[in-house]
Design a protein around this ligand. Structure first.
Ligand code: NAD
Ligand code: UDP
Length: 314
């Protein structure tokens, strides 16, 4: 049995990770300040005596004895990370410093949840880990993108300078149950709009693309990455290479929900990347991992989740 710390454990991805790690027989500690996460996401785990919940902000030092750390704490949706951009940078950068300092002191292995946003609005397609990215350092998204880029720098520096055992994964757009219904991300927005019969808000002409990964595939990749040998630090892309335009996604959601919602077009937010698709050959080679869940199957599970949530909330 390993003792594992998950920062951001009450968030969308963190809650799935805690659940899976507990299922595998580990002792798990969720650390979260509940900025975007919710107790609701982990309440079903609280009866488990091997699960502990800590309310804490990663920008402050934290001391604990664990074998592994998964560092997920950071708001991930544009609405949330732009709400207080200075805090977003602090969470990424000071959070990374605090967690790396802890990992160094207790000799724990530590994994960073980085993001495809480090590639910015990419000029290379699909994106390989060797691509350095195309990020506007002073744009609306920079608090998140640059914060995550510095976090990667810190991880590499702690590895080279202090021999900390690090793992970096670059997560591409992930969706599934427990996404926050109001966080403005495209999958949750479209599903909630379709279920309520409201207009589906496509930004721009809907020709921009994303590659959508179902949460279970990501968690599998994350755990496999943590299990790799010391010589492999990443960064490694974890995403589903199936690429769809936002308009195609809107049409698929309408079809699967049987909704009467109409598609409406709204202005494209600034610095919105035009295309995004992971090259996952490195993950296939090093982790023997590739996503298994097709968009349609993942959307059906997510629609069911939001349908129940909306009924519960009246
Ligand atoms: P989320 O907002 O649901 O989860 C983030 C969690 O971190 C929340 O529970 C939040 O309360 C917590 N948190 C935020 N600031 C904190 C702080 N200062 N101290 C302690 N806890 C704090 O988002 P998510 O989608 O679950 O994302 C989790 C991680 O994965 C993030 O680091 C994000 O950057 C990364 N990621 C997610 C995606 C995606 O598509 N979901 C894509 C790329 C990267
Ligand atoms: N988007 C949209 N309508 C919405 C929400 C998002 O058209 O109601 C678009 C958004 O402009 C972007 C894409 O969907 O091009 C993905 O947005 P999201 O915020 O989910 O993720 P990110 O831009 O960070 O990849």
């Amino acid at each position: 049995m390993k003792r594992i710390l998950v920062t951001g454990g009450a968030g969308f991805l963190g809650s799935h990770l805690c659940e899976r790690l507990l299922k595998e027989g580990n002792e798990v500690i969720s650390l979260d300040n509940y900025f975007t996460g919710q107790k609701r996401n982990i309440v079903h785990l609280m009866d488990n005596p091997y699960f502990e919940v800590v309310r804490h902000d990663v920008t402050m030092p934290f001391f604990i004895e664990v074998d592994e750390i998964y560092n997920l704490a950071c708001p991930a949706s544009p609405i949330h990370y732009q709400y207080n951009p200075i805090k977003t940078v602090k969470t990424s950068v000071m959070g990374a410093i605090n967690m790396l300092g802890l990992a160094k002191r207790i000799k724990a292995k530590i994994l960073q949840a980085s993001t495809s946003e480090v590639y910015g609005d990419p000029q290379v397609h699909p994106q390989k880990e060797s691509y350095w990215g195309h990020v506007n350092p002073i744009g609306l998204r920079s608090c998140y993108d640059e914060g995550k880029r510095v976090a990667e720098t810190l991880f590499m520096n702690y590895h080279h300078q202090n021999n900390v055992r690090i793992k970096i994964i670059r997560i591409f757009n992930t969706y599934g149950p427990r996404m926050h219904p109001n966080d403005g991300r495209v999958v949750s927005n479209f599903i909630v709009q379709a279920l309520k019969g409201e207009n589906i808000t496509v930004y721009g002409d809907g020709g921009q693309t994303r590659s959508f990964q179902y949460v279970d595939d990501l968690i599998e990749g994350m755990i496999k990455m943590m299990g790799t040998g010391e010589d492999f630090t990443g960064p490694v892309n974890i995403g589903n290479p199936g690429e769809f335009t936002i308009l195609e996604l809107a049409q698929k959601v309408i079809e699967l929900t049987g909704s009467k919602s109409k598609i409406v077009f709204e202005p494209l937010p600034s610095d919105d990347p035009m295309q995004r698709k992971p090259d996952i050959s490195l993950a296939k080679e090093k982790l023997n991992w590739e996503p298994k869940i097709h968009l349609e199957d993942g959307l059906k599970k997510t629609i069911e989740y939001f349908d129940n949530l909306l009924k519960e909330n009246g």
